[in-house]
Design a protein. Structure first.
Length: 461
């Protein structure tokens, strides 16, 4: 596979890799190139920016939630029809799941995809020391294809020449440009509450400014050449999307609007591959569960940002309650889980009624309540997993669930993470809901089980 590709890595979080990534994507689009975005790790905010800038759905590449062969397959499928793939790294280049290896890091991904790396380095209040930092990144793992450097937070052209000379002399790789201390380049704090603004095009001015800045002080032609000279990548035999796509057997309704908008693209594509016809509906806009639905998937989002509006859509909430009572299979994760509880209490103390399908209430917290990778083990037979089966995903939320019943809670999973194990979620009959965002690539049997449950419902209906 001869796909031009480049990885944008940072020396640490906050080095400026997202700014460089978005600016480069916008500059390449100005050249009428088809740009495919990718994000290393489970994050779903940065890919939403990529998708708006490039006009193509950005995808996650994650060596913990996916096997290496599946990562290659996702990359190859996603890159089809594009002129260049731009892969944004995660945290610092060597930061991942293990402090003693490259597992889960941008460095590991660049080696797996044989993709040249452009390192973004914040050189504020720094001169020759910049060379020492780059040299350290080179020496830590010489197998990482470090191809060039962009320096950020440069004070002047003279400052840029100082660090450029030092890095190129000591490290033997080109410094292809810089970004100064431009206030216009400040990207707003990234959270799902900004996605409606992205969808409405309110941030197009920012993306134009990013492209202007990149074109003014960065050698885009050199970066393009690096990407085009990437080593040929062996074609990935299909693992996830093997065999022949099945004809539609069932209809699954996907909640999709500003309140519910986080879905890994492969999750939806796998449902289609295994025989689901997907139809979207918007709880926020008052759209009830479609009458022809054989199942419902309510993904993540920040429903607390729209709690008042969701609460007012009483007919939508009632349609979900009726559907569940009638046996319709429903899978909800994170924001969807919150929506199915009795109420959400926001940070100001206001309480808003939600669906009431799960006997619990949600309270927003001032700080992150959970963040990190999760491996789940089903505690019982559920909509997606048989008892004892495993799947992998990610948890990220500012809320906590308060159980409203004294009887034994029907927990869905035992969830393992950096801080140990815990029980979480809710699994009862045809309903499965939990905070963990599962990636179906970690266990594709989840897709088949979901579709089988939908077929069973359709037959009974």
């Amino acid at each position: 596979m001869r796909q031009p590709r480049i990885v944008i890595a940072g020396t640490q979080s906050g080095a400026g890799k997202t700014t460089v990534t978005l600016g480069l994507m916008a500059a390449l689009r100005r050249r009428k190139l088809q740009v495919q975005g990718f994000k290393v790790g489970p994050d779903y905010i940065d890919p939403s920016y990529h998708s708006v800038v490039t006009g193509r759905v950005s995808r996650n590449l994650d060596t913990w939630m996916m096997t290496p062969s599946i990562v290659q397959e996702v990359f190859e499928r996603g890159s089809r029809g594009s002129d260049i793939s731009v892969i944004e790294g995660v945290m610092g280049m060597y930061d991942g799941k293990d402090p003693l290896s490259n597992l889960g890091s941008t460095a590991e991904m660049s080696c797996l995809l044989k993709a040249p790396v452009l390192l973004v380095l914040n050189v504020s209040s720094m001169a020759r020391s910049a060379a020492a930092m780059v040299l350290g990144f080179q020496k830590l793992d010489p197998d990482v294809p470090l191809a060039g450097v962009i320096v950020n937070q440069v004070g002047s052209v003279g400052h840029f020449e100082l660090v450029k000379t030092a890095i190129e002399q000591m490290c033997g790789i080109p410094v292809v440009g810089y970004l100064g201390r431009h206030t216009v380049l400040q990207i707003p704090e990234r959270h799902l509450g900004l996605i409606p603004a992205l969808e409405r095009g309110e941030m197009s001015g920012l993306f134009d400014a990013l492209a202007d800045a990149i074109e003014a002080t960065v050698d885009v032609d050199s970066i393009l050449k690096m990407a085009q000279e990437a080593e040929e990548l062996p074609s990935a035999p299909p693992v996830l999307f093997a065999g022949k796509k099945r004809e539609p057997l069932v209809t699954i309704a996907i909640a999709k609007d500003s309140a519910f908008n986080f879905y890994y693209p492969e999750n939806l594509e796998l449902l289609e591959w295994y025989g689901a016809r997907l139809v979207e509906f918007s709880p926020l806009r008052g759209e009830k569960v479609p009458e022809n639905a054989d199942g419902v998937y309510i993904g993540g989002g920040f429903p607390e940002e729209f709690a008042a509006e969701l609460s007012r859509q009483e007919e939508v909430r009632q349609s979900l309650q009726r559907a569940l009572q009638n046996g319709l299979p429903v899978f909800a994760e994170c924001g969807g889980y919150m929506y199915l509880t009795g109420s959400i209490k926001d940070r100001q103390g206001a309480v808003y009624d939600m669906t009431g399908a799960i006997p619990a209430s949600v309270e927003m917290q001032p700080k992150l309540a959970a963040l990190g990778y999760r491996e789940v083990t089903a505690l019982q037979d559920t909509l997606l997993l048989s008892a004892g089966e495993h799947a992998r995903g990610h948890e990220f939320h500012y809320s906590t669930i308060k159980l409203d019943i004294n009887e034994q809670w029907p927990f869905a999973y035992e969830s393992s993470g950096m801080r140990g194990k815990k029980t979480e979620g809710y699994a009862k009959g045809n309903l499965l809901a939990a905070y963990t965002h599962l990636h179906f690539a970690s266990n594709p049997r989840m897709v088949e089980r979901f579709i089988t449950a939908c077929r069973r419902y359709r037959k009974l209906g």
